[in-house]
Design a binder for this molecule. Structure first.
Ligand SMILES: [Zn+2]
Length: 374
């Protein structure tokens, strides 16, 4: 740590340093759980015995591991973001970087991360090769290496994305395989039936004709004729009145398949009990049935009470609740599926702050990606 010269006690720098120190000390009295800053030891003590705080602690106790992991990740990400913006490739004192970092009022406080001291955090940065670190008589210095970190981050994100895609692909492949198997089984049965029908429904005269082909042909032509016979059967099947019925049925099935193909994969209507709105008319409704495999979602319209089956989700949009409302993130977010309570709405950015029910953490999402839960 830098030692200030006694003679410089009143120099602007020393005063500023002391002020910073004061700011730093205050962190001790910040409760990350409640995101509450207390002014001094006494206030902090009082806060710690308050009912609101104890409730938070109880929630925290149930999944403290997750909290600390979440805060640590956030702390690290924010810190590296700051480094990326302000100190690319610059050797900088760790305390200076840290002070700059905590200058942001909304920063995640270190006392809620897995790092108990700045030194520990710096060592972590070095170990993870996120920064070059160096210990000197003046304290720790760090050099942020953007390429490495960004590459690493990109790699990590890429990997994550690939894994998600693979998961999705395997799932889709399984679904398709199942459907194909089902289709084949059905198709096979139908073909067999058809063949049987061919054999039965040819009247005797026609069958004789076929037989005649075979018989009249010389041995050399037997193969060719049997081929022809097969063709003949096909021709008959096309000509026969009874088959037109079957043909229509097959046609219908193909149409169904085409419609399925045309129906888009569900993008956000992936769960029931979310509130949506018909974009054009503003009519509200609730998703009452979802079949992800068949790409179907039914919406019960609020006003008429009628259920619209197989809706086109593009004609709808999620309805975000107001402050205090229960909601679920439905799209364009790392936390899709997360349920929580809306804590605040930012009219400027259109973002809402959500507190996750399960994880207790708070995060932001675009209100257009959030739907009210019923
Ligand atoms: Zn608290």
């Amino acid at each position: 740590m830098a030692k200030s010269n006694k003679g410089d006690f009143l120099s602007p720098k020393a005063v500023a340093n002391r002020q910073k120190m004061k700011g730093l000390q205050k962190l001790k009295f910040y409760c990350q759980l409640c995101e509450k800053q207390c002014r001094d030891q006494n206030g902090f003590k009082q806060h710690c015995s308050s009912e609101a705080h104890l409730r938070q602690v109880a929630v925290f106790g149930e999944n403290s591991g997750r909290f600390i992991k979440g805060y640590s990740e956030q702390f690290l990400a924010n810190f590296l973001d700051m480094m990326a913006v302000s100190h690319r490739n610059t050797r900088i004192k760790a305390t200076v970087a840290y002070n700059e970092y905590i200058g942001n009022k909304t920063h995640v406080h270190m006392n809620s991360t897995k790092w108990t001291t700045l030194t520990e955090f710096v060592k972590y940065l070095g170990r993870e090769k996120l920064c070059d670190i160096e210990e000197t008589a003046k304290g720790w210095f760090i050099t942020y290496k953007p390429r490495d970190k960004e590459e690493q981050l990109r790699d990590r994100m890429e990997m994550e994305k690939r894994r998600k895609e693979e998961d999705e692909e395997t799932r889709m492949a399984n679904v398709l395989a199942r459907q194909i198997a089902k289709q084949n089984k059905k198709g096979g049965e139908e073909k067999k039936e058809e063949r049987k029908a061919d054999a039965i429904d040819l009247d005797d005269g026609e069958r004789e004709k076929i037989n005649l082909h075979v018989v009249s042909g010389g041995l050399n032509n037997a193969l060719e004729n049997s081929e022809k016979k097969r063709k003949d059967i096909v021709d008959f099947s096309n000509a026969g009145g009874m088959f037109s019925n079957k043909k229509m049925k097959t046609g219908g099935k193909e149409e169904g398949k085409a419609a399925f193909k045309k129906r888009k994969k569900l993008k956000w209507m992936l769960r029931e009990n979310i509130v949506c709105r018909k974009t054009e008319t503003g009519e509200k409704g609730t998703v009452v049935r979802v079949n992800v495999e068949d790409r179907e979602a039914d919406v019960k319209l609020k006003e008429s009470g009628s259920v619209v089956e197989n809706v086109d989700e593009d004609e709808f949009e999620p309805v975000c609740p107001g402050v205090g409302g229960k909601c679920a993130v439905v799209r364009n977010h790392d936390f899709v599926g997360e349920e929580g309570k809306v804590l605040g709405v930012d009219g400027n950015t259109g973002e809402v702050t959500i507190e996750s029910f399960k994880r207790g953490i708070q995060f932001k999402a675009k209100s257009s990606d959030v739907a009210r839960l019923v």
